[in-house]
Design a protein around this ligand. Structure first.
Ligand SMILES: Nc1ncnc2c1ncn2[C@@H]1O[C@H](COP(=O)(O)OP(=O)(O)OP(=O)(O)O)[C@@H](O)[C@H]1O
Length: 357
């Protein structure tokens, strides 16, 4: 999959088939998108009826664990793949009917680097601009503008292969903006970056929507990233949306506090879980290996009873934490498993078959 979509796509990409649907109220509209890869025993249902709307000028987060269907959704919206069912429009243009027009209206920064490490930063940007049809002068001007804007001007004439990972990622985003798109797709923009470079990238992404009313759709499997950046988000799990709203709305649906108990041993017989569940005011108890989680109205008030019940029963405790609800708790409630567990599950070789069933 190319990291940046050319203005004049090669014929192998999906051809235009008819008129656009006309501008809608949203920068992105997806309705009942479905997609299955393969057939028969090998079929993997990647999306089963995904719908969402993205207001213009918003940062919209598509949050989900590995294999949830984020990249498939982005591929459909960026015209790299066709949905089996459902409709979608980007910048008011139907992705199925007018893919070439969609490609001119969007920028796409894929998970994989799109730059040439043997070129300088400036050369990479100018070349991308030329591919998008800018004149030599316009491409040079836009390159310099973007280099300055992303704080890359000093390194502009050095080979990109020698740049830091954070600088390279910024260059990728700059390349996606060269033709002044109306909607920018960022697929896992901070994967592989160290915490400092990630924080730096978050600042850049937050600034993007302030310029020219750009709309940003980003996919991420970092809960903190979605929480920090997204004006609105959907949580996607096994090809379906399990929750949608602003990060604040989603978290406020979970009143009270979350108590997390780390046991010294796995709760194999479910004893610790039953004990917790029997304490008045403790609800939504879940257990994964040595981690027990529960929701309580007031963490500080519930903790003494909770600790003494476990202590009386001889259950070994390694740690206990009380916190305000996080997006992880939202995910747990709607997807029925913790985000970390979902990420681990998706790396198991039999996962594809599970999704297909
Ligand atoms: N070309 C393909 N052929 C077969 N199965 C595929 C293909 N692309 C994706 N899948 C499967 O479809 C499901 C959704 O994948 P997708 O890449 O959309 O998820 P994702 O949320 O983007 O995950 P990741 O963060 O790992 O990229 C997964 O089960 C994946 O293995």
């Amino acid at each position: 999959m190319p990291a940046h979509l050319p203005a004049h796509p090669p014929p192998a990409l999906v051809p235009d088939r008819g008129p656009a649907t006309g501008a809608g109220a949203y920068a992105i509209e997806a309705k009942d998108l479905a997609k299955t890869y393969g057939r028969g025993d090998k079929a993997v249902r990647a999306l089963s009826g995904v719908s969402f709307d993205v207001p213009a000028g918003a940062v919209f987060g598509l949050l989900g664990p590995n294999g949830a269907g984020k990249s498939t959704t982005v591929k459909i919206l960026t015209t790299l793949s066709r949905a089996d069912a459902g409709t979608a429009s980007v910048a008011g243009i139907d992705v199925d009917r007018q893919p070439a027009l969609v490609r001119r209206a969007i920028g796409f920064v894929s998970q994989r680097a799109g730059f040439d490490p043997m070129g300088t930063g400036r050369e990479n940007l100018i070349l991308t601009g030329r591919i998008y049809g800018l004149s030599g002068t316009a491409a040079r001007q836009r390159a310099d503008e973007l280099l300055a804007r992303f704080g890359l001007a000093e390194a502009a004439n050095r080979l990109v292969g020698k740049w830091s990972g954070g600088m390279q990622r910024k260059l990728d985003v700059a390349m996606g903006l060269i033709h002044r798109p109306r909607v920018l797709f960022l697929d896992e923009p901070t994967t592989g970056l160290d915490p400092e470079a990630r924080a730096d990238m978050w600042t850049e992404i937050s600034r993007l929507t302030q310029d020219d009313g750009l709309t940003v759709l980003l996919t991420t499997h970092y809960l903190e990233e979605a929480d920090r950046l997204a004006d609105q988000l959907v949580i996607i799990d096994r090809g379906a949306i399990v929750a949608a709203g602003t990060p604040g709305e989603l978290k406020s649906q979970l009143d009270g506090d979350t108590v997390q108990v780390e046991l010294t041993d796995s709760d194999v017989d479910g004893r610790a879980r039953s004990l917790l569940a029997s304490i008045p005011g403790v609800r939504e108890v879940s257990v994964e290996a040595t981690t027990l989680r529960a929701r309580v109205s007031n963490g500080a008030a519930a903790l003494p009873a909770l600790l003494s019940a476990l202590d009386d029963a001889g259950v070994g405790l390694a740690a206990v934490t009380v916190a305000r609800p996080s997006l992880d708790d939202v995910y747990l409630r709607y997807a029925g498993r913790s985000f970390q567990r979902a990420d681990t599950d998706s790396q198991r070789p039999d996962q594809a078959k599970e999704v297909a069933r």
